[in-house]
Design a protein around this ligand. Structure first.
Ligand code: ACO
Length: 470
């Protein structure tokens, strides 16, 4: 193995060993394994603590700072696998054999070619839209072409494209019993049998997942180039998914180091429990809307600065700090104004986000190649991390999250800052699609409740009388 690739692998293994030490003992699971329904839990605002569904796809332990995909530790996947293997794992539930990996990688590469979609996108003034809005639009365009290709394959056989996922709404009673003010009783029937598998539909759904995973990469790269007045590039069929993404975006074939770092970054962002964008995707899917619309919902949710949009904001914030020496003063001011520091804090992690534990050293590794500006940004980031962790770490459990170092890494890879969040979306697409498909196997439409705090039985005043009140 190339010396530098070995160094990267060693950095990840080192982060893994450190994480084990920091963990102080075994993972203490919460909500792991089968539960007896109805399950009881405390629900807070923002559905904090609420259970949306059962899943076998991924597990986040926020107290211990641990992340698993299908039971595999994130550190091992980053050190030894690539994004194609991880996407297969998320979708299919097991790591691929060499033959399965070859076939799957070929399928993803074939799907990277989408000239018709790109031509349509160019017609939409994407240079004037936000990149995430353009990416959302791309999912709608892709849906049309996917349906067309299915229609072609079926030789004009009538195809109801809107229900190709093949589930229908569960007929169980909707209302849940109130169980004290803050408690909810969940009435999922865990033993409920999964619906009968229709192999053709399953294949079609899997094809749609691959189409979306690759399509988002091609469209994000094209959107970036169109915005810069450049022509979109076709993928290179000899490159990996990670290398192709960088190539289609920057026009340069990446080095082995750049490819590996992109790959690790894609893996780290591929899935993360029931986060806002994943939840948004499955909420839309639960109405039996289509897979493309569901992923579009995920993209819309990810756009926000409290979620995936934070990575771009982090770099803007770091660029706004004059020097490493100015960090302490800057932080004092921000704290006085009660500003949230971008790239810190997490709804689930009350300790170091394991993804930041990997991206931090990788950012350091990359900046050794990227020149003095990058080094300065990294030093500012490290000083800020020290300030935040020493003040808010113990008191509020606020530590760097995945977005804190990802922007520095992306910048060093040549990705423009406005494309950081779309790059996150490209990676997350495998998790979104896997979770939507899993959820739909035992679908039940989402319908939480709200606590009504308004008036009741107000007297209706006719409009003429209201005029008099003005
Ligand atoms: N900087 C300073 N203080 C913070 C931060 C932060 N980044 N995050 C949380 N806090 C404080 C809050 O002010 C609050 O303090 P208080 O109890 O004294 O009022 C307390 O910690 C709890 O904060 P909430 O916002 O209620 O925590 P929540 O779990 O709802 O939010 C979130 C999590 C949205 C990630 C939050 O930490 C935040 O806004 N971080 C900055 C944005 C960011 O980096 N987002 C990316 C998250 S990772 C991802 O989505 C991929």
């Amino acid at each position: 193995m190339d010396k530098e690739l070995k160094q990267i692998q060693d950095l990840i293994i080192g982060a893994s060993i450190q994480a084990q030490k920091d963990r102080h003992g075994a993972i203490s699971p919460a909500f792991v394994g089968r539960v007896d329904w109805p399950a009881e839990c405390t629900v807070g605002p923002g559905l904090e603590g609420a259970i949306a569904c059962e899943t076998e796809i991924g597990y986040v332990n926020g107290t211990q700072g641990a992340l698993y995909y299908r039971g595999y530790r994130i550190y091992d996947l980053c050190a030894y696998a690539n994004y194609e293997q991880v996407a297969y794992l998320l979708l299919k539930g097991k790591l691929p054999t060499p033959k399965q990996l070859t076939n799957f990688s070929r399928k993803l590469t074939e799907n990277l070619f989408m000239p018709k979609v790109i031509r349509s996108l160019i017609g939409f003034d994407v240079e004037k839209m936000s990149p995430m809005a353009s990416l959302n639009l791309a999912t709608t365009v892709m849906k049309q072409y996917f349906d067309d290709s299915i229609m072609d394959q079926k030789k004009a056989q009538k195809n109801n494209s809107d229900d190709f996922i093949g589930t229908d709404e569960d007929s169980m009673g909707m209302e849940t019993l109130p169980f004290g003010e803050q408690k909810a009783v969940y009435e999922f029937d865990a033993k409920k049998k999964k619906r009968k598998v229709d192999e053709d539909k399953e294949k079609e759904t899997f094809s749609a997942c691959c189409h979306l995973i690759s399509g988002l990469a091609t469209c994000a790269a094209a959107i970036s180039r169109i915005r810069q007045g450049l022509m979109p590039l076709d993928p290179d069929k000899n490159l990996s998914f990670a290398a192709n993404y960088l190539y289609m975006m920057t026009g340069k074939r990446p080095t082995a180091v750049e490819e590996k770092i992109m790959d690790v970054s894609l893996i780290l962002h591929a899935d993360h429990g029931m986060n806002a964008s994943t939840f948004a995707s499955i909420v839309v899917a639960s109405t039996l809307s289509d897979l493309y619309a569901s992923i579009g919902a995920g993209i819309s949710a990810l756009k926000g600065p409290l979620h995936g949009g934070a990575n771009e904001q982090v770099l803007n914030m770091l660029d706004g700090i004059e020097s490493p020496e100015a960090v302490a003063e800057w932080y004092k001011n921000a704290t006085r104004k009660k500003e949230k520091i971008m790239g810190f804090g997490h709804r689930v992690y009350k300790t170091y986000d394991p993804r930041a534990k990997i991206l931090g050293p990788l950012a350091h590794f990359m900046t050794d190649y990227a020149g003095p500006d990058a080094k300065k940004t990294l030093q500012i980031a490290k000083n800020l991390e020290n300030e935040v962790v020493s003040t808010l770490g113990k008191s509020k459990g606020i530590y760097p999250n995945v977005d804190f170092y990802s922007g520095i890494v992306y910048k060093a890879l040549g990705i423009p800052s406005e494309m950081f969040t779309p790059t996150f979306a490209v990676a997350r697409c495998s998790g979104w699609t896997a979770r939507v498909v899993e959820y739909l196997a035992t679908n039940r439409i989402f319908r939480p409740r709200a606590i009504y705090t308004g008036d009741l039985d107000r007297e209706y005043i006719p409009i003429e009388e209201r005029r008099k009140q003005q």
